[in-house]
Structures are given as structure tokens and as C-alpha cells.
Design a protein around this ligand. Structure first.
Ligand SMILES: Cc1cc2nc3c(=O)[nH]c(=O)nc-3n(C[C@H](O)[C@H](O)[C@H](O)COP(=O)(O)OP(=O)(O)OC[C@H]3O[C@@H](n4cnc5c(N)ncnc54)[C@H](O)[C@@H]3O)c2cc1C
Length: 461
């Protein structure tokens, strides 16, 4: 007989850890599952094990996670690292969560679920992005945080705070940054200007952001106004080509790291049938929730970046709200103090989401990025080009799900996480529709690859 938990949290990032602390404090039985080897999520990855040299390089925002991590490790909850959730389905007691643990599939039962599985980097489908020698800035940072691995020389390209942060971290570590090619459209600065008022509600963050931006401009070879970027090379990267003010340039390099902001990881919630909507400002799909993180499916909450991209501090607050709300729903006596705290947290969540408007507008992806050139391999798993997708879309294909059946785009190992949004942009462009009207790829298990042996040995519930 499987043990049933009161609360199962997927993700031990700032959101998941905060929720688990609140719920276990009130006496609920809580299980936290995370695919990483150590708690902390993306921002505080490996924080508990980092050397002094690593923490110095990664900066004060990284070390700031230590108190939260310590509270989480001391909390009376079950925490299982290195566990990959690959399927979730409804069950007579609530939900059955299937996960790979040490190479075998184990099922966990819970009455309530919190999906705090974070975000992923927005796929930046440019010509040549499938070549060996191209990776994302986030992947570069993961190597730095988890294994202290650094490249000798790199070109950083794209837009967004993580790109600037990585430039700063690499510079501090002595990596040669050949160029930082900034694709942020100049018009974004004008659109973001009125939102400076919102940014003033978090003055420290605003100051840090401005400082980070200015420092990179003067300390690394910084090229702004970049468009129509493409990666050159046959078997592997030999350089990049880009345009600035209508003039084309080329730069030799062996390693390119791309970044174009973050998008919420919605597949897990989609699998459970949670309603979602297109977020025009963040340019991505978002799970519909109320301010406490409750989704359209009873018993399923979402918090942190898997709901709305908002950064680590907001994720932490949303996690606390979700945990307190779960405690209330269990009719476990909440003190007047926790009720007051919740009112304050809800106020801060709303305020910080509003303040986020500044970053969202400043780093909104350039329009040319949603129109990959004909030779761009949009679906890297199945090697499907933009030309092939556009041709079918022009022929009246109903949407990305039908397109998937015709071309196999979205059918590979990543299950459409890397190409889904670009398929939708191409269909929207060919059919003169808004991307928000193109139904997203439907999600089916497994969420991540699992072999037939593991599937066959899965115990019956
Ligand atoms: C690659 C990357 C690097 C980042 N680096 C920084 C940074 O240096 N500084 C900064 O301010 N912000 C950074 N961010 C943004 C930062 O992640 C968020 O602001 C913040 O960490 C969000 O917290 P969260 O708890 O919502 O999600 P996360 O911190 O992302 O935590 C989600 C957790 O869910 C787990 N998970 C996901 N899917 C599964 C699954 N199927 N099974 C089991 N576990 C799963 C992940 O392992 C992860 O630990 C980064 C984001 C990314 C994508």
C-alpha cells in the first residue's frame, strides 16, 4: 500500500522550499521531489556544496539563499533529490505522481499538489542554433554552479538579465568574452520607460539591474541593436553573422551561448488539464491561477516561475502563500499571526508582479525572432526546418497539433518544449493570426524520456 501525503511539492527551488516549510510547520505530511541532486532550484543550485571561490564568483544574490536552504533542510518534510517526475494522473485519493528514482519508476500518492517546477529558457530558434558549439546561457551557468566548469572564450548573444549576469560571472572568472551581442530592440527602452515607476517599488532590484547593465556595457565588448543573428559553420560553430543598423558583420568563434529570457514550464500542469492563457507581456503560455496559486483543477496549485516569471524573491513569497493556503484548506488551525502574514504576503505578491512589468517590457523578444528564416531547423529533435513548417501552415493546417502529425515536429525527446512556441509563431504568421489564437501542443506522458523496461516494471497502483 502506498503512503499518501497531504501535500506533494514538485521542485525544491525558492517556491517549493518555501511552501514545504509552511505546510510542514503546520503538521501536514509533505513530500518534496526534485530532479536536481541538491535543493535550491535554478538560482541556488548547488549552494550547499559550493566552494568559497564559486560563491564569490556567483555573487551576493546566490549566497542570499543560504537561510532559506537551511530552513528547508531543517523542516520536517520528506525530501527526495535526483527524482524526475515523468507523469501525473488523478487517483482515488487525489493524484498519483510517477517519478524515476535511481533508474526505476516509483509512484507517490498525494491529496494535494504544488507544481513549483520553475521555468526554462525561451528557445531562440536562429539559423544554426542546432550546431555543436551552441548552448544556452543558462546551461553555461548550470555548468559553473554544479561543476565549476568554465569556457576559455565565448560569444554571448540575446537579451535578458540572465545573459548580463552570466557575463558578469564569466568576467569575474577570467573567461574571455569575445562579444556580448545584445538583441534588445531599442524601442523596448521607450516602451519600458513608463514602467520605471513600477520598478521604483523595488528600488534595490532596480538599482542592481541598472548597475549590471551599465557594468557590462563598459567592461565587455558590448554590441547593442543586434538583429538577424545566425550561427555559421558546417560540422560545428565557426562564427556568427549579425546585423546592426542595416549593416552585416561577422565574428569568428567556437562557442556561442544564447539567451532570450525565460518562459514558464507549463507541461506538468497542462497534463493535469489546468486551464492556461497566453501572456502577451511575457510572450508565453501561463497557467491560470488565483493569487494563492490555485489552478482550475481542484487540489493543484502552481507557484513561482512555473506560474508567472517573477524572479527568486517573488517565487519565495508565492511559495509561502501556496503553503499557507494549503494549510488553511486542511482546516489545520492557522494562528492569527499566520493570517496576518498571509495578507501581507498577498499584498507583496501583487506589488512585485506589477513591478515585474518593467523587466518584461524591457526584455520583450524582438519581432524578428518569431520569424525564423526558411533554413532554420526549428524542431531540433526531428530536424524539421522552418520552410517545411511554413509550407504546411500555408496549406491550411489547422494548428500545431495537426502540424506535428504531418511533420513529426514536436514529437522528439523534448516533447515540443524547445520548438512548440516557434511552431505556433510560424502557424500564426502563415495564417495571419495572433499566436494567442494558436492552440499549444497537447501534452502527453512521458514528460521526459523513460525506457520500456522502466515502464514495464512500474508497480500497479
Ligand atoms: C537555467 C536558469 C538559470 C537561472 N539562474 C538564475 C540566477 O543565477 N539568478 C537569478 O536571480 N535567477 C536565475 N534564474 C531564474 C530563477 O530560476 C528563478 O527566478 C527562481 O529560481 C524561480 O524559483 P522557482 O522555485 O519558481 O523555480 P526553480 O528555482 O527553477 O526550481 C524549480 C525546481 O523544479 C525542479 N524540477 C523541474 N522539473 C522537474 C521534474 N520533472 N521532476 C522533478 N523536479 C523538477 C528543478 O530541478 C528545480 O530545482 C535562472 C533560471 C534558469 C532557467
Amino acid at each position: 500500500m502506498h503512503k499518501s501525503y497531504d501535500y506533494l511539492v514538485v521542485g525544491a527551488g525558492p517556491a517549493g522550499m518555501s511552501a514545504a516549510i509552511e505546510a510542514s510547520k503546520a503538521g501536514l505530511s509533505v513530500l518534496v521531489l526534485d530532479q536536481a541532486a541538491n535543493a535550491g532550484g535554478q538560482i541556488y543550485r548547488n549552494l550547499g556544496l559550493s566552494s568559497d571561490q564559486q560563491t564569490k564568483l556567483l555573487g551576493p544574490d546566490y549566497v542570499a539563499g543560504k537561510p532559506l536552504l537551511a530552513r528547508f533542510m531543517a523542516a520536517k518534510c520528506d525530501y527526495q533529490p535526483s527524482v524526475q517526475v515523468w507523469h501525473i494522473e488523478t487517483h482515488e485519493l487525489g493524484f498519483a505522481v510517477a517519478a524515476l528514482v535511481g533508474g526505476e519508476s516509483i509512484t507517490f500518492i498525494t491529496s494535494h499538489l504544488l507544481l513549483a517546477n520553475g521555468a526554462m529558457e525561451r528557445p531562440m530558434a536562429i539559423a544554426g542554433w542546432h550546431k555543436p558549439g551552441v548552448m544556452t546561457a543558462g546551461a553555461g551557468q548550470i555548468l559553473l554552479k554544479s561543476s565549476a566548469l568554465l569556457p576559455k572564450q565565448v560569444v554571448l548573444a540575446g537579451s535578458g538579465p540572465l545573459l548580463l549576469l552570466l557575463a558578469q560571472q564569466y568576467r569575474a572568472a577570467g573567461v574571455t568574452i569575445t562579444a556580448l551581442l545584445d538583441t534588445t530592440p531599442v524601442s523596448n527602452y521607450w516602451h519600458a520607460m513608463p514602467w520605471l515607476v513600477a520598478g521604483l517599488t523595488t528600488p534595490m532590484q532596480l538599482f542592481k539591474g541598472l548597475w549590471l547593465t551599465l557594468v557590462q556595457r563598459f567592461k565587455v565588448p558590448y554590441i547593442s541593436g543586434v538583429s538577424h543573428l545566425e550561427v555559421l559553420g558546417n560540422e560545428q560553430v565557426s562564427g556568427v553573422r549579425y546585423t546592426v543598423a542595416g549593416k552585416a558583420y561577422e565574428l569568428e568563434c567556437r562557442l556561442v551561448m544564447l539567451h532570450q529570457g525565460l518562459v514558464a514550464e507549463t507541461q506538468m500542469a497542462q497534463l493535469l488539464g489546468c486551464a492556461q492563457q497566453w501572456n502577451h507581456t511575457q510572450q508565453g503560455w501561463q497557467i491560470q491561477t488565483d493569487v494563492t496559486g490555485q489552478t482550475s483543477v481542484f487540489g493543484v496549485q502552481v507557484a513561482g516561475d512555473s506560474g508567472i516569471i517573477g524572479g527568486a524573491y517573488l517565487a519565495q513569497l508565492e511559495g509561502r502563500v501556496a503553503g499557507i493556503t494549503r494549510v488553511k484548506s486542511a482546516s489545520v488551525a492557522g494562528s492569527w499571526r499566520s493570517n496576518m502574514v498571509n495578507v501581507w504576503l498577498l499584498f507583496r505578491v501583487k506589488q512585485l508582479r506589477w513591478a515585474r512589468g518593467l523587466i518584461d517590457r524591457l526584455y520583450r523578444p524582438a519581432a524578428w525572432l518569431s520569424k525564423p528564416t526558411a533554413d532554420t531547423i526549428v524542431c531540433r529533435c526531428e530536424q524539421v526546418s522552418a520552410a517545411a513548417i511554413s509550407a504546411i501552415a500555408h496549406n491550411g493546417c489547422a494548428g500545431v497539433n495537426q502540424l506535428k502529425r504531418f511533420t513529426r515536429a514536436g514529437m522528439g525527446a523534448c516533447q515540443g518544449r524547445q520548438c512548440g512556441s516557434n511552431l505556433a509563431y510560424l502557424v500564426a504568421d502563415a495564417q495571419q493570426r495572433s499566436v494567442s489564437e494558436v492552440e499549444p501542443l497537447s501534452v502527453r506522458p512521458p514528460l521526459s524520456p523513460i525506457n520500456l523496461g522502466q515502464l514495464a516494471r512500474r508497480p500497479r497502483l
